[in-house]
Structures are given as structure tokens and as C-alpha cells.
Write a protein that binds this ligand. Structure first.
Ligand code: HSE
Length: 444
């Protein structure tokens, strides 16, 4: 029997992930010790309420409310309480005491990542966070290690399961947004206050983390452009299906050169159309997927459960084993790589394609007039589909006028040109309503 050195693991948080991590670490201790080359002893699980129900069995004697003593005696501290404070203070304490830290805390990493990585670097500790993005999906380690020799050009991610579940129900079952949200709430995907998911805040935090890692550049959360999906209607989803697209809430991180020749990165979260034959279109339910385009590797997709206690625990346990291996091997941890230090460019620098749906007065010259508004702002039209005479409008006079619905898909254009075009369309007397403007991604 091999005698392993023992490493003391402290878990902060006994919620759905924390309880599973503790329970699996205890159940599979021998196997994980053999993989890590060190014994992994759970020395305590810090909780707020010692008597609360747990989603997995944790021996009662391991539960404690004395977080600071638990941290001080640990080799590896696993932070699973979420939020900014006290998580930040406790992680700083753990690093300062010489422990390696594992966290699933996307909000903290997206807002205070540089502070935490700097301290980890100074003290020679490791800070691992595989579970912070995409739950069970291995994406942090592939970006940090497997693709360290390549250059990532773009990431398209479905990184929020709640919104994917809602949009998928709208697409596949014809639910309204409210019906689909009610179903997501009933299943426990959506919180009582679903704002963080629906308005894209959760996805923006994950996008900042992915972009920082992929582009070796610190991406502050406040430079991530964000639009939620609360204005997406069933009509838009149905029209997208007819046109061969599906609506997804995407996190898009890309390298780009702006109109002035400045190289930088752009990070954005918004609903977008993707072609139904794109691999991301096949991501159903509450699953997540991250589609990575790298210069040499080409396209890669990482897919799986983006949340869930036991699924997320899998990613945390992988980090614990990695941290333990480094304890055994010795040497400093892997420092965060921000050497590229690229500027984060504003949304106006982004170039993409758009689908614009308008109702217009159906009379000679209208289509030519609309086309000229696109041309005047340097936006090239790729395709126009027209359906005629479905509604009638009145323009203030008594006579009803026939209208047509135009669906216009553009070639690549800058956000700034598109915004000017949309402004001109809105002001045009022949446009009776601007039904929808959606970006089209995944066609490159
Ligand atoms: N609320 C998130 C989601 C899971 O719906 O994907 C945690 O990041």
C-alpha cells in the first residue's frame, strides 16, 4: 500500500456544489489520492447554518461556521459560496496563508480577477476556476493549456443554460417568452429573480473570463457589451426558424482590427441568429457549449451541462486533483497570462451581419428607396425576402394602404454603419414599422 502525503482540503460552502464536492471527495478519496499522488482529506465544510438540509451527505462533524480557522489549517481551499464578499476576503486570506485556491465564482473572477491572480503569483500559489464557466464542461484548462501553443481568433459561447432553455422552448414548442420562463423557474433553472440570466449579466461575466484567458489580455467586465434576451418575441423565433436560423443568447469574444487599424479584442453578449446547421444550433435545453476558432486547430466545440451540483462538482474535483499534483511536484503555480495586453474595443468597432425586418408601404419605388438607405451608409445587402399584403395600415388619412414585410440580410457591416442605417429606416416615411434587428453570427 502506497503511503501518500496528506493534503488538507477546506470547502467553503455547503450548497448544491459544495455538498457534492465534499461527498464525492470522501467517497472516492482513495482513487483521487492515487491520481493526485497525495491524500485529499476534507478537513471541514464551512456553512452558514449547521442544520440546513444538504443535497449530499456530509459527516456532521465536518460542518463548521468558523471559516477563518478552517482556512488557516488548509493546503487547498475550495470557495463555493459565490458573490463578491466575503468570498474575496476569504480567498485573499487563503492565498496569503499559502493555500492553493479553487473557485467557481465567476462574478468575483470577472470583477476582481487581476487582484486575485496577482496575489497568487506573488505568493506562488495556484488559483483554479474550471467550474466558473460552463459548469462541467472542460473549457478553462483547454484554453489555458491545450491551446497555449495556438492563437484563438474567436469564441462563440452558449454559456447560460437558463436562457438557452427558454429560447429552445420558444423554438421547439412555440412557447411565449413568459411561458418558457415560467417552465424554467418551475424546473429550478431560473432564479426567483431571473435578471442575471435573462439580461445577460451571468453570460457577460463568463465572457470576460473566457476572453481574458483566450486573448492573454485582462478584459474588465464593464467593457463587455451586453444586451439581454427579454425583448425576443415568439414571432422573431418563428420567423428565424422559417429563414433557416435559430435565436441563441451568445457570448462572443473575438480578435479584431478596427476601422483605424487598431488591433484589439471585442467581447459581447447579445441574442443572435445562427444558421440551423451550425453546431451551436444543436445545443438544446439548459446545456452549454463553447465553440472556439483557433488559427491552427480550426474549429473546436466543448459541450455539456453548464450547471447542476454534481456536474459542477466534477470540474471542481478536477481542479483539486490538479492543485494536489502541483503540491506533490513542487514549484510555482501557472501564472495568469496577460502578456498580449490588447485594448478592448467598443461595440462600434465590431463587424457582423444583420437581419432587419420591416413593414413598408407596398408601392413602386419603396424597395429602391430602402436599398438606397443601406447604400448611403455603406451597408451592403445580401438578400431581401418580401411577403406582401398581409396587413394594411392607415397613414392618418382614410385610405388603407397595402403593406409588405421585408426581411433584409446584410453582408458584413460595422455596428456604427448599421446603427446609422437603422436610424434612417426609422425616420423614413415609407417604413411603417421596424419589426426586428438581429445580428447574424456563425456564417464566417
Ligand atoms: N444561472 C446559470 C445558467 C448557471 O443558467 O447557466 C450558473 O452559472
Amino acid at each position: 500500500m502506497i503511503e501518500y502525503r496528506n493534503l488538507r482540503v477546506a470547502i467553503l460552502g455547503g450548497g448544491s456544489v459544495g455538498a457534492q464536492v465534499a461527498s464525492l471527495l470522501i467517497q472516492h478519496g482513495d482513487e483521487l489520492a492515487a491520481r493526485a499522488g497525495a491524500g485529499l482529506e476534507v478537513v471541514g465544510v464551512a456553512v452558514r447554518n449547521l442544520d440546513a438540509e444538504r443535497s449530499a451527505d456530509i459527516p456532521k462533524h465536518l460542518l463548521t461556521t468558523d471559516v477563518e480557522s478552517l482556512i488557516l489549517g488548509a493546503d487547498i481551499v475550495v470557495e463555493l459560496i459565490g458573490g463578491i464578499e466575503p468570498a474575496r476576503t476569504w480567498i485573499l486570506q487563503a492565498l496569503n496563508s499559502g493555500a492553493d485556491v479553487i473557485t467557481a465564482n465567476k462574478a468575483l473572477l470577472a470583477t476582481h480577477g487581476p487582484e486575485l491572480f496577482e496575489l497568487a503569483g506573488q505568493v506562488g500559489a495556484q488559483l483554479y476556476y474550471e467550474a466558473a464557466v460552463g459548469g462541467a464542461i472542460p473549457i478553462i484548462r483547454p484554453l489555458r493549456d491545450s491551446l497555449a501553443g495556438d492563437r484563438v481568433k474567436r469564441i462563440l459561447g452558449i454559456v447560460n443554460g437558463t436562457t438557452n432553455y427558454i429560447l429552445d422552448r420558444m423554438d421547439t414548442r412555440g412557447d411565449s417568452l413568459d411561458e418558457a420562463l415560467a417552465a424554467a423557474t418551475a424546473l429550478g433553472y431560473a432564479e426567483a429573480d431571473p435578471t442575471a440570466d435573462i439580461e445577460g449579466f451571468d453570460a457577460a461575466q463568463k465572457a470576460a473570463i473566457l476572453a481574458s484567458l483566450a486573448f492573454h489580455t485582462t478584459v474588465p467586465l464593464d467593457l463587455v457589451y451586453r444586451e439581454g434576451m427579454s425583448s425576443i418575441t415568439l414571432d422573431q423565433v418563428v420567423a428565424a426558424r422559417k429563414a433557416g436560423y435559430v435565436v441563441k443568447l451568445l457570448a462572443i469574444c473575438e480578435r479584431l482590427t478596427d476601422q483605424n487599424g487598431v488591433d484589439g479584442v471585442s467581447v459581447r453578449v447579445h441574442p443572435a441568429l445562427i444558421p440551423r446547421d451550425h453546431p451551436l444550433a444543436a445545443v438544446h435545453g439548459a446545456n452549454n457549449a463553447v465553440f472556439v476558432e483557433a488559427e491552427a486547430a480550426g474549429s473546436l466545440m466543448f459541450y455539456g451541462a453548464g450547471a447542476g451540483g454534481v456536474q459542477t462538482a466534477s470540474a471542481v474535483l478536477g481542479d483539486i486533483v490538479s492543485a494536489a499534483r502541483r503540491h506533490v511536484a513542487g514549484g510555482p503555480g501557472v501564472a495568469e497570462s496577460t502578456h498580449s495586453d490588447l485594448p478592448v474595443l467598443p461595440i462600434s468597432s465590431v463587424t457582423t451581419r444583420y437581419q432587419i425586418t420591416l413593414t413598408v408601404v407596398d408601392q413602386p419605388g419603396v424597395l429602391a428607396g430602402i436599398a438606397s438607405l443601406f447604400a448611403e451608409h455603406g451597408v451592403s445587402v445580401e438578400a431581401v425576402t418580401q411577403s406582401v399584403g398581409t396587413v394594411s395600415i392607415r397613414d392618418g388619412h382614410d385610405d388603407a394602404k397595402p403593406t409588405a414585410t421585408l426581411v433584409i440580410v446584410t453582408h458584413e457591416a460595422t455596428e456604427s454603419s448599421l446603427a446609422l442605417t437603422v436610424g434612417a429606416l426609422t425616420d423614413s416615411p415609407v417604413v411603417s414599422s421596424l419589426v426586428s434587428v438581429l445580428r447574424v453570427e456563425g456564417l464566417h
